[in-house]
Every structure is written in structure tokens, then in C-alpha cells.
Design a protein around this ligand. Structure first.
Ligand code: HEC
Length: 281
């Protein structure tokens, strides 16, 4: 997938979260214009946009605000949420997810854990906590913003997913099985498109997710600001897209099968330095 790494200096967008809406409206216009250029033109424009700062930074800032703001029936913030490294620890937490959580008695990925915290800390219902996982036009997603903030808190940290608990091993094995499971109208598995080097569909390179290099490059760059969509999209959204291409039934948001696939991909990416949210085509 076309993605660009952030310059070492990490030029920050000097836009406060409160003015994000106006800036995003302007960006959406720019995105439309870009879609009309040639691929080479587009790439040059992405590079320029990136030099000016990845728009994902707006999502990160908005997510941080949501994380720290008292909300829900209990009117408390999410700051005491335990993402696996203890209550309130956000730095590096994403690089160790999915993982087994004793309090929940199961393996959770970031998004399941986030919903868990919104329910247990803030008093939302599970439905409320899982509502609107993917933004549509004019309807931003709190989940995408929170995930952008939380993943950004792991930037520069190496992926370090463990398979120590039996449930973690079971989840990984399930993800692996799913990766090779063929089905649907075309009899495709994930492996049909993602287990060979140098395979492409049209102009898109299909990463080999079974190699360390392929898994690392893919996993460490999601979520990503998708220039073609003008939105930050999460790994869940990417997997939805792929399941659709596979003609598989849509998985429920936050379902265990998505966590299992995520576990498989994340573990295969161990050792890679997390560098998201990135920017992609
Ligand atoms: C019919 C082919 C096809 C199938 C089947 C498929 N994908 Fe994909 N996948 C793609 C395409 C196309 C892309 C986008 C590549 C690009 O934009 O350069 C992609 C991208 C991805 C990415 C992001 C790669 C990156 O570097 O950003 C991941 C992760 C991924 N797929 C995982 C999966 C998983 C897991 C499954 C099985 C549930 C799966 N895919 C099934 C075609 C497929």
C-alpha cells in the first residue's frame, strides 16, 4: 500500500483541535482535487502534504481531548483506563495489544478494550460504546479519534505482542486459521492475496503478511489518514475492506474474529517500530 513515513522532525500541524472542523473542510476539498490528478501527481502532492504535517494529527488531538474529558452517565474521563500496562498508561500500550485481560477474562484488541473502559468507567452501554466506529460524511467517529490518539502514543515503540497466556495462544491460532480459511463466492482466503511476494491487483501492491517485513510494514502504519477518503481509518476498517473484497460476510464491529486476525497480524509484526497513524492513498 502506498504510504509515506513521517519526516524525522515530525512537523506538527499548528492547528488547535477546536478549529479542526474548519481545517478538515478545507482538506476535503483538496482531497477531491487530488483524486483527479495522475498517480505521480498525487504522490508528489501527498509528499507535500506530509511535509506540512499528516492530517491524522487533527484526529490525534481530538482523540486526546475526548480521552481526557469527563463523559457518560458517570461523568468521568477515560484517563484511568487500563490498556494493559496499568491504569492511565498509554505510552507503548498499543504495541502490546491484543493481550489477555484478567478483569474481562478474554483477549482484547485496542477497540474492544476501549469499549470496555467506556462501559466500566463512564457507564455507557455496550451499544453506545460501539456506536459509529467509522466516520461517514458529516458524522465524525469518536472511536476513530480515540484510536488515533492511543496509537500515536506508541509511535517509535517496537511491536511486542506476547503469546504467554493460553488464551493469547488460542486467539493467535484462531487468527491464523482465519487467514488461511477459504470461502465465499471466489473461494478466497486472506492468504490468496497476502501470502506471496510481489503480488498485485491492478496498481496495488499486495503485502505478503506472512513475512516479518511485510507484516511490519502493514501493521505499524495503521490507522492511516486515507487521502482517497479524507478520513483516518483504523485497522478494523482495513480488515472490513478486505473481507468485502473476499466476499465474506461483514464481521460485527469489535467481534472476536477481528481481534483474532489482529492478533495474528500484530504478532507477525513483532520487532517492527510502530509509526502510525500514517498516511495512505
Ligand atoms: C482479493 C484480494 C484480497 C483479499 C482476499 C484480502 N485482501 Fe487485504 N488487501 C487487498 C488490497 C487490494 C489491499 C490494499 C493494498 C493497497 O492499497 O496498496 C489490501 C490491504 C491489506 C492490509 C493493509 C496493508 C498495508 O500495507 O497497508 C492488510 C493488513 C490486509 N489487507 C489484511 C487482510 C486480511 C487479514 C485478509 C483476510 C481477512 C485480507 N487482507 C484479504 C486485497 C485483499
Amino acid at each position: 500500500m502506498t504510504s509515506f513515513r513521517r519526516p524525522a522532525s515530525g512537523a506538527k500541524l499548528a492547528v488547535a483541535a477546536t478549529t479542526a472542523a474548519a481545517a478538515l473542510a478545507a482538506l476535503a476539498g483538496a482531497t477531491l482535487a487530488q483524486a483527479q490528478g495522475s498517480t505521480a501527481d498525487e504522490i508528489a502532492k501527498y509528499r507535500q502534504m506530509l511535509a506540512e504535517g499528516n492530517p491524522a494529527e487533527l484526529w490525534e488531538a481530538a482523540g486526546e481531548e475526548l480521552w481526557k474529558k469527563p463523559a457518560g452517565p458517570k461523568n468521568v474521563s477515560l484517563e484511568q483506563c487500563d490498556l494493559g500496562k496499568g491504569p492511565g498508561v498509554t505510552k507503548g500500550a498499543y504495541t502490546e495489544l491484543p493481550r489477555y485481560f484478567k478483569d474481562a477474562g478474554k483477549v482484547m484488541d485496542l477497540e474492544q478494550r476501549l469499549a470496555w473502559c467506556r462501559v466500566t468507567l463512564q457507564g455507557l452501554t455496550k451499544d453506545e460504546a460501539m456506536k459509529n466506529p467509522f466516520a461517514s460524511s458529516g458524522k465524525p467517529s469518536d472511536i476513530e479519534r480515540l484510536v488515533s490518539y492511543l496509537t500515536a502514543e506508541s509511535r517509535g515503540v517496537k511491536m511486542n505482542v506476547q503469546l504467554t497466556h493460553p488464551e493469547e495462544q488460542r486467539t493467535y491460532a484462531l487468527g491464523q486459521k482465519m487467514f488461511f480459511y477459504r470461502g465465499g463466492a471466489y473461494d478466497f482466503a486472506c492468504a490468496t492475496c497476502h501470502a506471496v511476494d510481489g503480488q498485485r491487483i491492478r496498481l496495488q501492491d499486495l503485502p505478503n503478511l506472512l513475512t516479518e517485513k511485510g507484516a511490519q510494514a502493514a501493521y505499524t502504519t495503521w490507522p492511516a489518514y486515507r487521502v482517497s477518503q479524507g478520513e483516518v481509518r483504523t485497522m478494523q476498517h482495513r480488515l472490513y475492506d478486505c473481507l468485502r473484497q473476499q466476499r465474506f460476510p461483514e464481521a460485527a464491529y469489535g467481534s472476536d474474529v477481528i481481534t483474532a486476525l489482529t492478533m495474528f497480524l500484530a504478532k507477525n509484526a513483532n520487532g517492527g517500530t510502530y509509526d502510525g497513524p500514517a498516511m495512505k492513498r
